[in-house]
Ligand binder design. Sequence first.
Ligand code: SF4
Ligand code: F3S
Length: 368
Amino acid sequence: MLTRRQFIRLAMTTTAALQLSDMLIPHLAEAFTGKKKPPVIWLEMMTCTGDYLSTANTLHPNMRQLLFDTIDLYYSNTTMAAEGEMAIRALLETAEREKGEFILIAEGTVPLKNNGQYGAIGYHPDGRLFTDIEAIRFLAPKAKYIMAVGTCASFGGPYAARPNPSGSVAVHKVVDQQVVNVPGCPVHPDWAIGTLTHLLLYGVPNLDAFNRPTVFFGKRIHDWCPRRQHFDNGIFAEQPGEEKCTYKIGCKGPVTFVDCPTRQWIGDHNSWPVEANSPCIGCVNPDFPDGMSPFYAHLPDMNVSGVRASTDKLGLGVAAFTAGSIATHLLANVATGRLGKHWIDGTRPRTEGIIRDIRKHAGDDKKQ
Ligand code: SF4
Ligand code: F3S
């Protein structure tokens, strides 16, 4: 059986990432041979179901292998055949029968406004509305582990964005138990399945300051980006679609910790936002989307002069480290003349240029 250290080493490399789960399947089978398959409840609250659908794109293992050979998914309102009263009964019975044994995968935010009536999973047998807040608080104390999948469940994400009319919050805000956050908008199948695998085989993985597994969220995008040479040489895209560094058009790679450049998307790992000539919009960050908007404009708080603002916004030590290291790196490049005027240009917000281009195209259209 793989040791924990071997598991982490495997996941840290691209080649291993491609075959990670293939290699783990025999060990998973070995670990659970003759034993009951681990029970799992996938609770969808206020969500677009993007995290479930993204996870369903896992190829190694594929969904069939996962559902038939690895886990017992007792409740998932997207997958299960039962609905209505039958589905709710399955949820209640599983929670009691598998108490202390099941893994709770929570997707989506928990709306709190008006007694949580903005989000419900169905009705109780007695006809009362079964709200999301009631469901998560009922399940959390009975679960062995709680995993929040997607940025909504982990940090609030789009459903908790301003003006947040439903009063939505992240899962960890409403339960007392430890929550392992696996963000992403949506979550990458490997981050979800990899974390689940770690929980099944070894328990809670090493976590960062935001309770994210460091095996996936420990590296800064900017440090592994294939466009980094362009950044260092001041070769910046002026608009999405150009095969250059996307820093000037809003790339959040310098403040985003996750392995997108090496892992790539999705089940078959063949591209990622920057490779598609679009900036990273920082979808795994705790203050996504409000703090990462506008997506296609350079944010002042990512400039050297904005180090303090960025640190304030992201709060924890990891941000201070990020901001400090960007500043050091950039100042070194300015000092050696590698960035020069490109750096000055690169720190200007680009929205004016984008609006000008849109107007230009609109004008061109009229002439035709
Ligand atoms: Fe890559 Fe973005 Fe950094 Fe440019 S700013 S090197 S595109 S991560
Ligand atoms: Fe999200 Fe940026 Fe990766 S937008 S998918 S963290 S490249």
